[in-house]
Ligand binder design. Sequence first.
Ligand code: GTR
Length: 430
Amino acid sequence: MPIIEFHMKRILLTGGMTALLLVLSCLVSVPARGQQPNYDESKVPSYTLPDPLVRENGKAVRSRRAWERKRRPELLSLFSDQMFGVVPPAPEGLHFKVVKVVSDAFGGLATMKEVEVCFDADETQSLLLLLFVPNAASGPVPAFLGINFRGNHATTDEPYVSLPSEERMRRYGPDYQCDPRGVQQRRWPYRDILSRGYAVATFYTGDVDPDYHDGFHNGVHGLLDGDKPRTGSSWATISAWAWGLSRALDYLETDPDVDGAKVAVIGHSRLGKTALWAGATDPRFALVISNNSGCGGAALSKRCFGETVGRINQVFPHWFCDNFKQYGGKEDTLPFDQHELLALIAPRPLYVASASEDLWADPHGEYLSLIHAAPVYRLYGEDAVTTPEMPAPGEGRMAGKTAYHLRPGPHDINIYDWSRYMDFADRFLK
Ligand code: GTR
């Protein structure tokens, strides 16, 4: 950016010229990386949230039928066209191969299965689903499904979980480095989950789309898009990951040990954004959990608190579709906000959680988003969290089909969060 040049020239110049260059350097740095994020509630701009129950033509939505037939499809295509890009259906060649089974995982607590979810008949690309099912179960069980950041082997140090093959590592890109086993096991408390009677499944982001901007040639874009020219609403990486979650669910629906009608989708941070989008686009997900998903996830964009639309699009240009870029620094012009993404999940159970020190993800904006999704739950006669005051750190809210907690501490997911998610899931999936 010219900004660096301006600073160098300032050393050589003096007086009015310096002042002019300073002004110019401020101008070029608006609105993204150079700008300090706002963490001051009193500096949140005034904004008006669009009403999820008012159609684009201005008509009020008063029935479930009108919501399902008119307003919901309208909102879904708005989020597809303007934010995430359009998610394609399952590919024709989709098929599954159980490639490894270990019946005494975790000392006999569970059976591990590794399943290749193959995206094409030729098996040029697949995601490797790691699935644990509790051995104590007497029939199909409910399950949690979420993507992981660092590889299946990083979610546990159990030695029978496969390391990625050479071929997979090549697909993950030139900078991929295989982490040691178990580096993220704190985020995946498998023993606790299995002991409570749930199955749990995960796969690595890179199996569907490596998390860097390569112009959408690698991953599932390369496989499915062919030479189709990209448009402003072409799917980007978060849509690809959400698509991957749906393909993993396609498999889980066929697994005799899992109740495919009771699969909760869960994700942390960028993968929390993904879990919400998967829940919105795929109504088969029975419950949706967003952990510290922040900007582009549960947090209201129009508050411009912490991470903003401009900044996220600049730093992660591959996450959202190109049309979304126009709203950077112009959040007031967004024709939707994230409470409407949450509303797309209604009337299914929805849990949003924040962490008290995670101001970058705007905990207050995440909470407000949840309560502003409530009118759609109400339309279904369901109760939902509506208390205007957000809870204090260490507290939560639960009403009917929605729940929220504010974990004390930083941006993360751990057993504190999982325990609450399982308590919530017990009410709907057991
Ligand atoms: C941050 C990003 C957030 C969040 C986070 C994560 O750098 O700004 O939106 O997604 O990464 O995924 O850990």
